[in-house]
Design a protein around this ligand. Structure first.
Ligand code: GDP
Length: 363
């Protein structure tokens, strides 16, 4: 249709016919959404995982990490069916404070393991990631060589929930990775706080990365973490630092002698190495191999795995009980009221807790 403003009375003004505008919403969006959201059945997940299909494995891990009840139910079914195919890997926990060289070391340790063939999964537990919104541990960009290796699967820490919840998800991810044929699993964590205990409860060997040269090596380390370690490795033993690293090695060895004997019967070792210059890497691995041989022979390997399986049952019960309690809307309301009563000194913390619990258990 001619535009009205092209009438001769509007001199000097020509309005061209416009072009048809594209729709503001992509008509294919729904189709894309459908494709993206298509969920596999439990059978499809299991088949894919057992075939070693990385894309399906990743999606199954996402399912494990999801808090939606539907996803959780499906994830549990997949995990349960994968269990008979799991357990055949060597699980190694790696911890160290930020800057100790965990990512550099995991990169070279990983390549060393993969040289012999096989497949390596790198997982992480980082309970602080909930606050920092996004986990750094296990981040692919930190492990440059491993991230492009076809035999490696790197997955950052699950980021939502309590430490118990985050750790449980990582533990479940181990099962899926093992069923997908991964024969070595690294679980990385930061050497501060409680996360080491969680990692320790899901790995066969616990490696503590330390640094030398600060002069107060032993003071800075929590005794509990050292006691958990099956091996202590002092990183950055290169250049001017070699002597200091050796000195630290001697100090750690002495300190370990003061600890009670380990349950495995294994004497934890202390080694020096350099992740950056790739010095002493085979020695670290020989230590881990000797440990595995030792504990498989004396039966501790199986014993520890059984203990861990029991531990995770109780952990899961504890976690779910808590979640059930705190998610209950009536309890939420009641807690709010009790909080204000406590703050205005109308009630003590203990009687308030007893009232809420009584109400919950009678329900
Ligand atoms: P993370 O925070 O524990 O993961 O530590 P990174 O692997 O990111 O390393 C922290 C810093 O230490 C980086 O600047 C590395 O280049 C450096 N670094 C790591 N390993 C070594 C090593 O073996 N020798 C030296 N000299 N520096 C290293």
């Amino acid at each position: 249709m001619e535009h009205i403003e092209n009438d001769s009375c509007f001199e000097g003004l020509a309005v061209n016919k416009g072009v048809e505008q594209p729709p503001s919403v992509n008509p294919y969006l729904n189709r894309m959404r459908k494709i993206k959201r298509r969920q596999y059945t439990a059978g499809e997940y299991i088949e894919g995982i057992l075939k070693g299909d990385i894309s399906i494995l990743s999606q199954a891990v996402t399912l494990v990490e999801s808090n939606l009840p539907d996803h959780q139910a499906l994830a549990q079914e997949v995990i349960e069916k994968c269990l008979p195919y799991a357990g055949n890997s060597i699980r190694i926990g790696i911890t160290g404070v930020p800057g100790s060289g965990k990512s550099t070391s995991i990169d070279v340790f990983g390549l060393h393991v993969l040289k012999k063939g096989g497949k390596l999964a790198v997982l992480a537990i980082d309970p602080s990631s909930e606050r920092s919104k996004g986990s750094i541990l296990g981040d692919k960009t930190r492990m440059e060589k491993l991230s492009i290796h076809p035999g490696a699967f790197i997955r950052p820490s699950p980021s939502a929930g309590s430490l118990g919840g985050v750790a449980r998800k990582t533990r479940e991810t181990i099962v899926l990775c093992e069923a997908a044929g991964f024969d070595t699993v690294f679980v990385e964590t930061v050497g501060v706080g409680q996360s080491e205990t969680a990692v320790h409860s899901m790995v066969d060997f616990f490696l503590l990365i330390q640094l030398a040269g600060t002069g107060d090596e032993l003071q800075g380390i929590k005794r509990g973490i050292m006691e958990m370690a099956d091996g202590i490795v002092i990183n950055k033993a290169d250049g001017d630092n070699i002597e200091k690293a050796r000195l630290a090695q001697a100090q750690f060895k002495n300190a370990l002698h003061l600890f009670p004997p380990t349950m495995s019967g294994w004497q934890p070792q202390v080694l020096t190495y350099s992740g950056y210059y790739e010095l002493g890497i085979p020695e670290v691995w020989n230590m881990i191999d000797s440990y595995m041989e030792f504990v498989k022979k004396n039966g501790y390997f199986n014993h520890k795995r059984q203990e861990q399986a029991k531990y995770w049952m109780y952990e899961t019960i504890n976690e779910q009980l808590k979640e059930h309690f705190y998610r209950n809307n009536e309890i939420k309301e009641m807690l709010k009221i009790k909080e204000s009563r406590i703050l205005s000194d109308e009630q003590s913390s203990f009687t308030a807790a007893r009232d809420v619990l009584d109400y919950y258990f009678k329900k």
